[in-house]
Design a protein around this ligand. Sequence first.
Ligand code: AMP
Length: 282
Amino acid sequence: MKIITTIAEMQQQMLRLKSDGRTIGYVPTMGYLHEGHMSLMKKARPENDILVLSIFVNPLQFGPNEDLDAYPRDFERDHQVAEAEGVDIIFYPSAEEMYPSKASISISVVERTDVLCGKSRPGHFDGVGTVLMKLFNIVLPTRAYFGLKDAQQVAVVDGLIKDFNFPIELVPVDTVREEDGLAKSSRNVYLSEEERKQAPELNKSLQIAREAIESGERNPGQLIRLMAEHINDHTTGAVDYIEIYSYPDLKELETIKGKIIIALAVKFSKARLIDNIILEAE
Ligand code: AMP
């Protein structure tokens, strides 16, 4: 396994591999790898000749009061995980390497950002779009793997690939959970012991909404109320949002119908957690 830290070397390697006719599977991450990331690598490994993992905590996608400096990092451990998952190349650039000077062109995501995390994290998806535009041009992937835990990100990446004609197949991968239902996340380490016990209630609230839909409830407002009540009764977290939209276009719904996403974000003392389910309603 190779570790590459410069854009020049990475691009050179990837151009060589592409001209040899190799297919490239790509898993972009911010590191501190867990089983969610591993499921993306496990899916990508057999589907491609070469597996590339990038580890880059992208400053552009963090707001001024967010956890950029506190974001957990452990390259040595990540290195071992990547090795065990059969990664061929880790691209591990510094922020200076990725952003050596002020950009002269900016990416602004204009669709699907006035809802969910786009609304509560202004500029977040512009930062995601910018870094992926660069990473796709550096890594030149055949397929790119993204987790549905960040379902809005999957929808935005789908738009980026289509709008800018990247010859990349987007592969969405289901959310990996702890045994108690909590979605795996690098940020879970920042939950206190008590908060960690409460955190599975977020997934529980999503299941309550699912069951209510299965029992015939079709009013989005009523489902949101049920979920908010459950989270407020069973956790000390503060609800940032609970929202229901059509998926993947993220449009508002008057009534539950078709493919929908039910998504939430809840702030605990040191960690903001997100989760969602996507389902098909009759
Ligand atoms: P991150 O390092 O948080 O930027 O995540 C990198 C990739 O891993 C993204 O595509 C995430 O959606 C995905 N990912 C993170 N957590 C999970 C999870 N629990 N299950 C599946 N994919 C995940």
